[in-house]
Design a protein around this ligand. Sequence first.
Ligand SMILES: O=P(O)(O)O[C@H]1[C@H](O)[C@@H](OP(=O)(O)O)[C@H](OP(=O)(O)O)[C@@H](OP(=O)(O)O)[C@H]1O
Ligand SMILES: Nc1ncnc2c1ncn2[C@@H]1O[C@H](COP(=O)(O)OP(=O)(O)O)[C@@H](O)[C@H]1O
Ligand SMILES: [Mg+2]
Length: 326
Amino acid sequence: VRVVVMNRRVGFCLSDKKRKRMNLAAFAELCQTRGIEVVEIDLSQPLDLQGPFSIIVHKLSDVIVEAEHSSQSQELLANFEKHVAAHPLTVLLDPLPAMRQLLDRFVSYHIMNRLHDVMADPRICSPPYLEISTADQREIRDAVAKQQLSYPLISKTRVAHGSRSHEMALIFGEDGLCDARPPCVLQSFVNHGAVLHKVFVVGQSHFTVERPSLKNFPMGPCDRKTIFFNSHEVSKPESSSHLTALDEGTALPRPPSDEVISAMVTELRAELGMSLFGVDVIVNNETERLTVIDINIFPSYEGVPQFFSALLAHIEAVLGSTGSGL
Ligand SMILES: O=P(O)(O)O[C@H]1[C@H](O)[C@@H](OP(=O)(O)O)[C@H](OP(=O)(O)O)[C@@H](OP(=O)(O)O)[C@H]1O
Ligand SMILES: Nc1ncnc2c1ncn2[C@@H]1O[C@H](COP(=O)(O)OP(=O)(O)O)[C@@H](O)[C@H]1O
Ligand SMILES: [Mg+2]
């Protein structure tokens, strides 16, 4: 009989929905075969009684966003942060400050835009955008003109996480600017043949899967009415909408090479200081440049059968490097 010594405990702190979706119970069984105990953290109970943890894997985005207006979430978060501060040897996947940056599109778009300068790689870019914090129509018009943003524009909420953050608007000309709901970003729309490449990062590994996306639109301003949509209607694996159906005869851009994706991932991993994140990229129809449009915290990894083995490998690598057998 082989006895597995469970001397390493990994805590998972996820919403009920996320825990079920990722099938944490199955992942826990896999970890058990390697002598790693998985514990589901209950934020409402004292964490010291549930630990000590070598690693905590979490998606506290919901709690952080709710803490803006709920004292109950504020308290849960404060308890969590207190526990983390008192246990400096516990590795957080991922660190809260790193994660917080991605909850705010003003911050994450700044990071995305800097990628191009930092990497000095002409093959990689992200679309020009504008931060909108005012409801003053004249100010918005002037800013769009000054920034030379090209229509169509996509308007996205400043808060990047949660159900309301996926409501977007495609704005075709100046008259549509009143449909932007501040605080939001206005980003130039890039024709990309309705194919989204979701790059899922787990530690040193990454995996790319294709998803549906918005179809091409004529470039330049026109008097078409604003199209409101929810990104889940267009970019989930099962999405099928008139907005994703390409017009007949549309040429498709070539998929990006893994070399250029790897270079982008290496840079972002270091820049963000994170190990569990996703990057949404599209390929510009005209320039063929890899265009980064979104960075996500602990995404679904849907369509990545290697997710469990990659996550386990990453956990073991972290445990190995910290030597934190408890
Ligand atoms: O990027 P993809 O692979 O599509 O995965 C998404 C993101 O992780 C979403 O998180 P975020 O809101 O941070 O973008 C998440 O919503 P929540 O974590 O908010 O629930 C979705 O869950 P579902 O809504 O269950 O599909 C999940 O499918
Ligand atoms: N600049 C853009 N050009 C073309 N399509 C875009 C652009 N930005 C977003 N999209 C489309 O809108 C979808 C949702 O945008 P995204 O920024 O990924 O928001 P979310 O946070 O809801 O995932 C993308 O999956 C893509 O189909
Ligand atoms: Mg996205």
